[in-house]
Design a protein around this ligand. Structure first.
Ligand code: PEP
Ligand code: MG
Length: 564
């Protein structure tokens, strides 16, 4: 590896740590640090005759920063990349906010200080206001202020433009680039993948956070919860990301790098063996079928899913269709997207989940929940079906688009965050009205996600108002164990709490059998080989998981025997 970029700067000290892996794979590459944290600046006073010059510098830096965002925007649009646009638009709005210019220039004039210092003080003041907001989502917007305004600081200090998640990767030639950050958003994960970033490591994050589920879906090796990795790390450091053994190694010596290169080659050989399962059916050793389907957020994930021969889409997380929208698209626009997906599946079943907005998916939230509602605890407030039932008109549009799309192929509609059977009754009534209005006579099954403990406990009653069950183990674990799925500090509870979860799953499967309705699993446990035998023996109709996990589970299933 080329070590030129570190020459004379600091000694390469080896460090390692453990983390939570989002998916499999090993990457040996170069570090690119992307901090969302606080940027420091030079601070000095300015003679009064130079004050207006300082204000002019600020104005010029704002203009350059805004222009740079515009250029990035056009570049992305030309490349057909949409997901990070929302971030760029927000940055543009924050950078060009007239209040920011007004308040910063008045600090320069009154305190006789340089533009960088004045802007830093103003950024801190705005962030302090955000820190006092109760709502966690709004509170976290302070990071957006830091990201956006740092672009102005960069122009003032002459530092290179920040990559905003899609930075320039050319400087390391053909070497793999691993982004190391405090945290990444879903949009950043997608944009990094599209820009050929080889891997991501973050200090924050838990196993079932959405950024990680997306990384897994697109097959991008990632580690989260890598605490301490950001201490004394530099762009260009060499780094091993080992998502097979959940470890990272910074500045590994030559012999360790060589061992990892061999390990990587061995993995790719076993990957080849795995690829043989792409053309095989999903059967146990004694021929019992357990269908394996894909969880899909973005259409891009279908490329991988198609290569490995999936039995259908077991969970289409429709809320990701709306991730860049400021309001819900109309029925025609939704219908068009759903039909595209159904046609692409060419007769294979698609389970479309209704919008699961709220909790860790805040987009469209204020639109649906009302601008004055923040929710004391977003995971337990208005989320999923609760939120949809508050908006019967939007729900009708959403349902109508799915019901009409169902005329193009085998579709089932799935309700998220169902807590009581009364909620399902209300949903079914609204769906029935939509069908009458649209003149649709075809039966479209409507099922319940079993992901809130009350739904599992009352599974018999729930079966009476559901055409099928889909067990969402990510949320069922979170709510059963009272352990936030995004918090790495409580990640170990997910292991030790498995027995409680198993009891709820068995109860749900028994209720489904009694009512003769199908039951499946669509949470991340569907991809955990330790659970495959349990799911097979409980007669799950299918397991739905990130496409990148399907071949491994199909191979594992082929070694099991059915023991009901
Ligand atoms: C789940 O909760 O298990 C699930 C599949 O839904 P999501 O991860 O989208 O909340
Ligand atoms: Mg869920």
């Amino acid at each position: 590896m080329n070590d030129g970029c570190r020459a004379g700067r600091h000694p390469a000290i080896r460090r390692e740590g453990r983390a939570i892996a989002s998916s499999s794979g090993v990457v040996i590459g170069r570090v690119k640090v992307q901090m969302h944290g606080r940027q420091l600046v030079p601070e000095h006073t300015v003679n009064s005759h130079l004050i207006e010059q300082e204000v002019a510098r600020l104005v010029a830096a704002i203009e350059m920063a805004a222009e740079a965002v515009d250029i990035e925007r056009h570049h992305l649009i030309n490349a057909g990349v949409r997901d990070p646009l929302m971030i760029l638009d927000m940055h543009h709005m924050l950078i060009t906010d007239p209040e920011l210019l007004l308040k910063t220039s008045s600090r320069i004039r009154h305190d006789c200080i340089n533009a960088e210092w004045a802007l830093r003080l103003e950024m801190d003041a705005i962030q302090t206001v955000f820190e006092q907001i109760d709502d966690e989502y709004l509170r976290n917007r302070k990071h957006d202020i830091e990201h956006a305004c740092s672009r102005i600081l960069d122009h003032l200090t002459g530092a290179p433009e920040r990559p905003a998640g899609i930075g320039c990767l050319d400087e390391y030639g053909d070497e793999a680039v691993i982004y190391v950050s405090d945290d990444v958003s879903v949009s950043e994960v997608v944009s990094m993948w599209r820009h050929k970033v080889a891997g991501i490591i973050t200090e924050l994050g838990g196993a079932d956070a959405h950024n990680i589920i997306v990384a897994r879906g697109i097959g991008l090796p990632a580690l989260v919860g890598a605490s301490g990795i950001l201490n004394d790390i530099h762009d260009g450091d060499s780094l091993v990301l080992d998502a097979e053994q959940n470890v990272w190694i910074l500045n590994p010596p030559q012999n360790e790098q060589a061992a990892y290169t061999k390990f990587k080659a061995a993995i790719s050989i076993s990957q080849k063996d795995l690829e043989a399962f792409a053309v095989k059916p999903s059967l146990s050793a004694d021929g019992h079928e357990l269908k394996l389907m894909a969880n899909i957020e973005f259409p891009e994930e279908l490329e991988l899913a198609e290569q490995i021969g999936i039995d259908g889409i077991g969970l289409y997380r429709s809320e990701f269709l709306f991730i860049n929208e400021s309001s819900m698209p109309d029925e025609a626009c939704q219908y068009e997207q759903y039909v595209k997906l159904i046609h692409r599946m060419d007769g294979k079943p698609v389970t479309m989940r209704l919008l699961d907005v709220g909790g860790d998916r805040p987009w469209l939230y204020s639109d649906l929940a009302g601008h004055d509602y923040a929710g004391a605890n977003p995971a337990m407030g208005l989320r999923g079906l609760r939120l949809l039932l508050r908006n019967p008109e939007l729900l009708s549009i959403h349902l109508s688009a799915m019901l009409r799309a169902a005329e193009h192929g085998p579709v089932r509609i799935l309700a998220p965050m169902v807590t009581t059977s009364q909620e399902m009754e209300q949903l079914r009534d609204i769906a029935a009205q939509c069908k009458v209005r649209l003149g649709i006579t075809q039966a479209v099954p409507i099922g319940s996600m079993i992901e809130v403990p009350s739904a599992a406990i009352m599974a018999d009653a729930m079966a009476g108002v559901s055409d099928f069950f889909s067990i969402g183990t990510n949320d069922l674990l979170q709510y059963t164990l009272a352990a936030d799925r995004n918090d790495e500090e409580v990640a170990d509870l997910y292991q030790s709490g498995a027995a409680a979860l198993k009891q709820l799953i068995m109860q749900t499967a028994a209720a489904a059998k009694k009512a003769a309705i199908p039951v499946s699993v669509c949470g991340e446990l569907a991809a955990d080989p330790e659970w495959t035998a349990t799911f097979l023996n409980l007669d799950m109709e299918y397991l739905s998981m990130s496409a990148s996990s399907i071949l491994g589970i199909r191979r594992y299933l082929s070694r099991l025997t059915y023991q009901p």
